[in-house]
Design a protein. Structure first.
Length: 161
């Protein structure tokens, strides 16, 4: 549910803003900006974790989702959108920033958590988790969630300091 709040009020302090991504071992989230992510093995976990919460994505990522994301309010951001503005309109305890690289970067200073599922793949080139960062993001480990344990695929959950 979105409610419209006073424009210059900050995002609510208790809002969890969780960046969630499938990444290769060398830090890529896609080979190029139009790639549909078929190699990710964490779709069921992603669905379970994001269900009933707003999901924020960039316009490139939106174009790669043919079926949308049922059960979740989708917030598609463009280059002129202000991340603080988007977040202050969210009246839930949690939202997810689901990519892509430009959008993780745009919201980087608002992230409270990072959920990264490392996949045993190495891309030659592509889009990094953060395409452009203004400053380093300091994180601490929370827990490891098995995704496909026998293939060495786990979700690493971090808290942003
Ligand atoms: N592995 C994963 O977990 C995962 C997750 C999500 C997405 N992806 C993949 O990531 C890829 C898309 O990532 P992406 O980084 O290309 O796109 P994106 O973050 O999905 O969308 C691009 C965003 O950047 C803005 N933008 C475009 N050009 C800009 C510029 N020059 N300056 C400032 N903002 C600009 C766009 O605004 P406008 O609308 O105004 O152009 C849009 O908001 C896709 O292949 C997708 O499948 C992977």
């Amino acid at each position: 549910m979105i409610i419209h709040k006073k424009k210059d009020s900050p995002p609510q302090k208790t809002l969890e803003v969780i960046g969630i991504a499938a990444v290769t071992v060398n830090g890529y989230i896609a080979r190029h900006s139009r790639e549909k992510i078929l190699w990710s093995k964490d779709r069921p976990l992603f669905k379970k974790q994001t269900e009933n919460f707003p999901v924020i994505m960039g316009s490139n990522t939106h174009k790669t989702l043919s079926d949308g994301l049922p059960g979740r309010e989708m917030i598609v951001v463009n280059r002129t959108d202000d991340p603080a503005d988007i977040l202050r309109r969210i009246d839930q305890k949690r939202c997810f920033v689901i990519g892509g690289g430009k959008t993780y970067s745009k919201f980087s200073s608002y992230l409270t958590h990072l959920y990264l599922t490392i996949h045993p793949r190495v891309f030659k080139r592509g889009i990094r988790l953060f395409t452009k960062l203004e400053k380093e993001v300091s994180i601490s480990f929370i827990r490891l969630v098995p995704v496909v344990a026998e293939e060495g695929i786990f979700q690493f959950q971090f808290k942003v300091e």
